[in-house]
Design a protein around this ligand. Structure first.
Ligand code: GYE
Length: 355
């Protein structure tokens, strides 16, 4: 129905406008009030503002899709709720935006709304976390990180670091402060840890979500330190949780650091965006941070450029990432036959980073 209507509207618009302007699709739409003539309208459904990573990601999108660069960015904050994100996508469809960009809070539950976007002929670019859909053509393409690989890198680093101190598998007593349950960042990072626990006989004491926030990270860690008295590794699925965990470790009178034989609690984390966390990694309070790159604005822009040129971008685009540690105990980790160097963190490395 809708398609037929759009087709008729397009014919009418072309007849009236004499075919001027960029693409057929933009000419047919009812333009939202704020749009400048000739600009590309991008509806971006961001999942929330839970972490420094998220804020850097939002900033990257805002800096890229400016009016000066020829874009009309319609930004909607999902506040961690999938229902809000679905409402946002429906409103983008109603506004007939040129592109929908979705940073999904969870992996599942997108089929219906993405079918609506497909029926409206609006390309959907998934960014950061992944969606699990019943048919692949429900989105145009995806750009983000390989979260399972990130988890494997963290665990391989942990395995090698512990080995340099003569600490064996069953002497690692680990708690996992998970990310938002059901998000692909959580699923991949947790999966990496669980596999290593099985493989090396690590003692996985507890897994609880910290929702990727500092406050929840502190709360969860405080509780787990009471429940399990022999924890010597905390696997934080992002840096904000790690900051919260460190507060709880200090409040419990324990010490975070890299010396397992001396009774330290070893903190492993992900992202490398928060300034304080990266400084903690520099001084050894955090043992290792697996980088997760949030600067997706220019990547999404180049996908849109490709589509505007009438070409098809790669369906999946993985961002390459490093891991940071200041210890020097491990110089590289090997996963599936591939070797990934560990970046030994110095102030100079920090000063030269983009975020
Ligand atoms: O690691 C975390 C954020 O999906 C990669 O979400 C992202 C994760 C990131 O809240 O800090």
């Amino acid at each position: 129905m809708k398609k037929n209507y759009k087709f008729l509207a397009m014919i009418l618009a072309l007849a009236l406008a004499g075919g001027c302007g960029k693409t057929d699709k933009t000419e047919t739409k009812a333009e939202p009030a704020a749009e400048t003539a000739g600009s590309v309208t991008v509806g971006f459904s961001q999942l929330g503002a839970e972490s420094d990573w998220r804020n850097a990601n939002t900033e990257s999108m805002r800096e890229t899709f400016t009016a000066a660069a020829g874009y009309n960015l319609v930004f909607e904050d999902g506040q961690q709720k999938q229902s809000k994100q679905i409402t946002a996508i429906r409103s983008f469809i109603q506004q007939n935006v040129d592109y929908i960009v979705l940073a999904p809070v969870t992996q599942d539950g997108w089929d219906s709304v993405l079918m609506e976007a497909r029926d409206a002929d609006i390309p959907v670019i998934i960014v950061d976390r992944m969606v699990d859909v019943s048919v692949p053509d429900l989105f145009t393409c995806w750009v983000g990180s390989d979260f399972y690989l990130e988890g494997q890198k963290a665990c391989e680093w942990l395995y090698r670091h512990a080995a340099t101190q003569g600490v064996r598998g069953h002497d690692l007593h680990i708690v996992d402060i998970q990310g938002t349950l059901g998000s692909s960042a959580q699923i991949g990072r947790t999966r990496g840890l669980e596999e290593y626990c099985k493989r090396y006989g690590w003692d996985l004491r507890g897994e609880t979500s910290g929702d990727f926030t500092q406050a929840k990270g502190r709360e969860v860690m405080a509780q787990m330190l009471v429940t399990y008295n022999n924890v010597n590794v905390v696997y934080c699925e992002n840096d904000n949780e790690a900051l919260g965990a460190l507060e709880a470790i200090e409040a419990a009178g324990k010490h975070a650091g890299g010396d397992l034989q001396a009774g330290d609690i070893l903190v492993v984390s992900f992202d490398g965006v928060n300034e304080t966390a990266i400084q903690y990694c520099l001084d050894g309070t955090i043992g290792c941070i697996v980088e997760c790159n949030p600067l997706h604005g220019p990547r999404v822009k180049s996908i849109i450029d490709t589509l505007e040129a009438g070409q098809m971008p790669d369906k999946l685009e993985y961002v390459s990432e490093t891991l940071y540690s200041s210890f020097g105990s491990v110089d590289s980790v090997s996963i599936g036959g591939e070797s990934y160097p560990v970046t030994i963190l110095t102030q100079e490395v920090i000063d030269n980073r983009q975020y």
